[in-house]
Design a protein around this ligand. Structure first.
Ligand code: CO
Length: 147
C-alpha cells in the first residue's frame, strides 16, 4: 500500500488505526506483467495473504499466472522444476520445500489467493515472488521481504 493511502487509513478512524496490513493485491495481465515489483510483509502479521487477480482475457493455458514465493536465489531452479511438474501441478513441483507459498494458476477474469505463516520467512531475507508459468518468471517477478 502506498504511504499516502496508509496516512488516509490512519485518518479514517480507529477501525484501521493500528492493524498492520497483512495482505497484498497483485494483478497479472495479458501483457505478461504484474502490477507491482515489491511486496513487504509486516513482521506484526502472523499470517499474510497474497490475492492474485488476472485482469486480462486470455485463458490460463495461454496466459496463465500464479504467484510463487521462494528465496530469490532459488527462483530459477524452482521455476524450472515447476515447468517440468506441469499445468496439473500449477507449475510447482509437489512438495518443493524451497517454495514458501504459491497460488494456483488462473486465467483472464479469475482470481485466487494464498495465505501463509510469516514465520516461514526469515526477517530481512532475500525473497522473490514470481509467476512460474513457462517463460513468465523472467519478466513476472519482484522482491518480497519481511520486516
Ligand atoms: Co504468468
Amino acid at each position: 500500500m502506498p504511504k499516502y493511502l496508509i496516512a488516509l487509513a490512519l485518518l479514517a478512524g480507529p477501525a484501521c488505526a493500528s492493524a498492520a496490513d497483512c495482505s497484498v493485491d497483485v494483478d497479472g495481465n495479458d501483457a505478461m506483467q504484474f502490477d507491482r515489483k515489491e511486496i513487504v510483509v509486516d513482521a506484526g502479521c502472523k499470517d499474510f495473504t497474497i490475492r492474485l487477480t488476472h485482469s486480462g482475457k486470455l485463458a490460463k493455458n495461454a496466459m496463465g499466472h500464479n504467484v510463487v514465493v521462494a528465496r530469490a536465489a532459488d527462483l530459477q531452479a524452482v521455476a524450472t522444476d515447476g515447468m517440468t511438474a506441469g499445468a496439473g501441478n500449477d507449475y510447482v513441483k509437489p512438495g518443493d520445500e524451497r517454495v514458501v507459498a504459491h497460488t494456483k494458476v488462473i486465467g483472464g477474469g479469475e482470481s485466487t489467493a494464498v495465505t501463509f505463516a510469516t514465520a516461514k520467512l526469515a526477517a530481512g531475507g532475500d525473497y522473490a515472488f514470481f509467476c512460474s508459468f513457462p517463460g513468465h518468471w523472467a519478466v513476472m517477478k519482484g522482491t518480497l521481504r519481511r520486516t
